[in-house]
Ligand binder design. Structure first.
Ligand code: AMP
Ligand code: MN
Ligand code: MN
Ligand code: MN
Length: 289
């Protein structure tokens, strides 16, 4: 099986890199991209030997960069990136700083609402890229809310009491950094953005114009009709097709690693593992999922 979108606790996942790899192995994933939010530390740990990888497993370097486009957060994944690239590392450092600043501003808002202790909680976490999911876990740990969904609705989503907008980089900047690092830029989970059809079309066009090469076609919880539409867009725009669960935690049983539908026939010849860069950096993929 192949899964090209997953998170560790270096961003907002619940497993460390070694545990994530062990879980991938146990569920039969053989090609795994670790794509933490604005962070490539898992890959640095793997490359330095601090985290070991089983012989049977192919780890693909990756990252998921938060961008803002027309007041909307859009996630751009970089696959097969060179982790030492200075352009990419500079951008990720600045994104991580924006994340820390936002967490500080959220903490202030929570304190005003009488909820104290976020910064102490965060200082105990292993993450390098702090996110709203950490705040949601904190609110659950304090019994302020009973679920992640409630944490977002009441506090962290756009209309929540403790919402703070983040000044993420642009799509152009994210794609440029990924490309500078020799990677392939992928538009993540395209149906999860609340965009009208014409606006979505414009997003895809602008992503392509910026040098974006791929879109996620198959991922967790995807409606089969949406999967078909994405496959058609992929074919029509001559994009490469990626697949990934967006695994975060064993608690999210609806987002298990590797549990994604096969690419539809129309875009199978555009599978991202057929990209020329894949052949140089990763092992061949025999058959999908
Ligand atoms: P961040 O990058 O820190 O702003 O966090 C974004 C992540 O928060 C997304 O990748 C989702 O996992 C999660 N998220 C965003 N909005 C919601 C929501 N309304 N309900 C649940 N999770 C959400
Ligand atoms: Mn996440
Ligand atoms: Mn995402
Ligand atoms: Mn993700």
């Amino acid at each position: 099986m192949i899964d090209l979108h997953s998170h560790t606790w270096l961003s907002d996942g619940h497993l460390g890199p070694a545990q994530l790899i062990a879980r991938a192995e146990s569920v039969g994933v053989r090609h795994l991209a670790i794509t933490d939010h604005d962070c490539i530390a898992a890959h640095t740990q793997i490359q330095s030997g601090a985290v070991s990888v089983p012989q049977s497993m192919d780890i693909i370097s990756g990252v998921e960069i938060s961008t803002v486009w027309e007041n909307q957060e859009i996630h751009i994944i970089g696959l097969l990136v060179e982790t030492e690239n200075s352009n990419l590392n500079q951008l990720l450092e600045s994104q991580q700083e924006r994340r820390r600043d936002r967490a500080g501003a959220i903490d202030k808002k929570l304190q005003r609402a009488g909820i104290c202790g976020l910064s102490a909680y965060l200082s105990e976490q292993p993450c390098q890229a702090v996110g709203r999911n950490h705040v949601a876990d904190f609110l659950i740990s304090q019994s302020v809310v009973s679920s992640k969904q409630q944490a977002f609705t009441r506090y962290l989503a756009k209309r929540g009491n403790a919402y703070v907008s983040a000044s993420w980089c642009t799509i152009d900047e994210a794609v440029a950094a990924i490309t500078a690092a020799g990677g392939v830029a992928v538009l993540a989970h395209p149906d999860r953005y609340p965009l009208s059809k014409p606006k979505f079309k414009r997003l895809v066009d602008e992503f392509c114009a910026a040098g974006g090469e791929a879109i996620e076609v198959s991922y967790s919880n995807l409606n089969p009709d949406v999967l078909k539409n994405l496959a058609v867009i992929c074919h029509e725009k001559s994009l490469w097709a990626s697949v990934g669960s967006d695994f975060h935690s064993p608690d999210n049983t609806w987002m298990e690693m590797g549990r994604i539908r096969r690419l539809p026939e129309i875009c199978r010849d555009r599978a991202i593992w057929l990209h020329p860069r894949w052949a140089r950096l990763a092992r061949p993929v025999e058959a999908q999922t």
